[in-house]
Design a protein around this ligand. Structure first.
Ligand code: BES
Ligand code: MN
Length: 467
């Protein structure tokens, strides 16, 4: 392992230059300018070329027409007699219309400044994915008889629903790499700038859009007001019925299946001692919405939410609009069934739609929460690897965000998904001036090397000695 670590310590500058080449490709899949399929392919080709140079067997896989290709690459010593470690990442990035003028650098120039690489995708998720590619490269240079296979699956649709990868997995695309040992994903964040973490859980999601229709077109509110239902009013009243007077979710049955966390886990989040004032100030709000009995981290990571993400209807003049629209999403925790929650939301909304107005739902998507048992035998080797990579004691966390493909991967492979974030919550994911600390890139590569080493030791230890 020392040789591999030494290799990356000496060749870090070159790795950074390679990453810059990668982030210069505007492989946007969400927001404005998603029609650049040539750029999407260029990013996929970049990876295939990179893997091929490392003597991996790499291919670009088109799953469905008009879907962005997957890049699937396996190491040069791949054998059906070994178990496989799957590294998942995404090469697609969010748009840069957030707004575009808020960017202080060209989002696709790849500028290095004050120890950061500032570029769209630097942290979400090209940098962390590339860290694992460099980790595997560093290890394979000196160690050609690893007791496991290394497989990379890098998708181009994480920011827009993972359709191609989902179809690939459901169609048996991963079976030729079985049996699996684990999956490693670095698409979460560290607990803090100097505090690496192993993320045991992610929240799930139920997303839907709602449209209320009234008259066939916008009409004069003086001529027709008082005689027909106004879609804006109907929409806000029906959405209002989802919440009580304090803004808490009041859908009957919403919390029924929520599994409470253990006292031990609760204690862990007390120990992490989140700074509430700092959190509040960073968000620019004067106070936080408190739920009695839950501290900030518990609330962010282990409690379900319901948010209205978008509202529109009518125009600022005296009309009754033809249509009102909204988008809603619930973040879900273990125990909650995304389909059941989706139905509860729809039923509650439908109940308060009067005759004379019409409601329809669209663009529904959903996935359950993910939670890894902290006693899983791979947790210790992973923590050891993070400690080695970052030279700091890691902590166990969960996160409030969702990576919907995680539960599909976990179900299909039947092995744990290890979420080791290298980015920070302050890296401006999805916003202007996204950045990735070059120190996090370096420590991420070192962690990846240490992880391969730790898993090797784990597999080679006599079974009785394994934790
Ligand atoms: N990298 C994030 C997931 C994430 C966010 C993990 C925050 C941990 C904390 C991912 O790229 C993402 O943005 N996911 C979406 C999925 C949604 C569109 C279904 C999310 O969480 O909103
Ligand atoms: Mn993202």
């Amino acid at each position: 392992m020392d040789q591999a670590l030494e290799f990356i310590d000496t060749n870090l500058e070159h790795a950074i230059e390679e990453l810059i080449e990668f982030v210069r490709i505007p492989s946007i899949s969400a927001g404005a300018n998603t029609d650049g399929s040539a750029e999407i392919e260029r990013a996929a080709d970049y990876l295939v070329n990179k893997f091929t140079k490392l003597e991996f067997t790499a291919e670009k896989i088109f799953v469905g027409a008009s879907q962005n290709p997957l890049v699937v690459a396996r190491d040069p010593h791949f054998s059906a007699h070994k178990k496989t470690i799957l590294f998942y990442g995404h090469y697609d990035v969010q748009g840069v219309d957030n707004p575009r003028h808020a960017w202080t650098v060209d989002p696709f120039e790849g500028e290095k400044r004050d120890g950061y690489l500032i570029a769209r995708g630097a942290s979400d998720n090209k940098g962390p994915t590339f860290a694992h590619i460099k980790g595997a490269e560093s290890v394979l240079r000196s160690n050609t008889d690893l007791p496991f296979n290394i497989l990379f699956v890098v998708e181009g649709e994480e920011e827009c629903g993972s359709g191609a990868l989902d179809a690939f997995i459901n169609g048996g695309g991963l079976t030729e790499y079985e049996p699996f040992l684990c999956t490693v994903i670095s698409d979460t964040s560290m607990y803090g700038p100097e505090q690496p973490s192993l993320t045991l859980g992610l929240r799930g999601i139920s997303y839907l859009e709602v449209t209320v229709n009234g008259p066939i077109q916008d009409v004069h509110s003086g001529l027709f007001g008082g005689t027909i239902h106004n879609p804006n009013t109907v929409l806000i009243q029906s959405l209002g019925n989802l919440f009580d007077e304090s803004g808490n979710i009041s859908i009957p049955g919403f919390y029924d299946d929520v599994i409470a966390i253990s006292e031990e886990e609760k204690e862990r989040y007390v120990t992490l001692n989140a700074n509430e004032d700092q959190y509040r100030q960073k968000l620019g709000v004067t106070s936080l919405k408190k739920a009695p009995g839950f501290n900030l981290l518990e609330q962010r990571w282990t409690r379900p939410t319901l948010d209205i993400n978008y509202l529109s209807g009518g125009s600022p003049r005296t009309v009754i609009p033809a249509e009102a629209r909204g988008a809603l999403s619930a973040r879900l925790v273990p125990g909650q069934d995304p389909a059941r929650i989706e139905n509860l939301i729809k039923e509650t909304i439908r109940r308060s739609i009067p005759s004379g107005a019409n409601v329809t739902f669209s663009r529904e998507h959903k996935s359950p929460a993910y939670l890894l048992d902290e006693n899983n035998p791979l947790v210790q080797p992973t923590l050891d690897a993070i400690r080695e990579g970052f030279k700091t004691e890691p902590v166990l966390t969960r996160e409030g965000g969702s990576i919907p493909i995680v539960t599909s991967i976990a179900a299909c492979t039947g092995v744990p998904v290890l979420l080791i974030g290298f980015g920070q919550i302050t890296d401006n994911w999805h916003g202007p001036n996204e950045k990735f600390a070059l120190a996090d890139f370096h420590r991420g590569i070192r962690t990846s090397i240490a992880f391969l080493h730790q898993v090797k030791e784990y597999l080679e230890a006599p079974a009785k000695k394994r934790p």
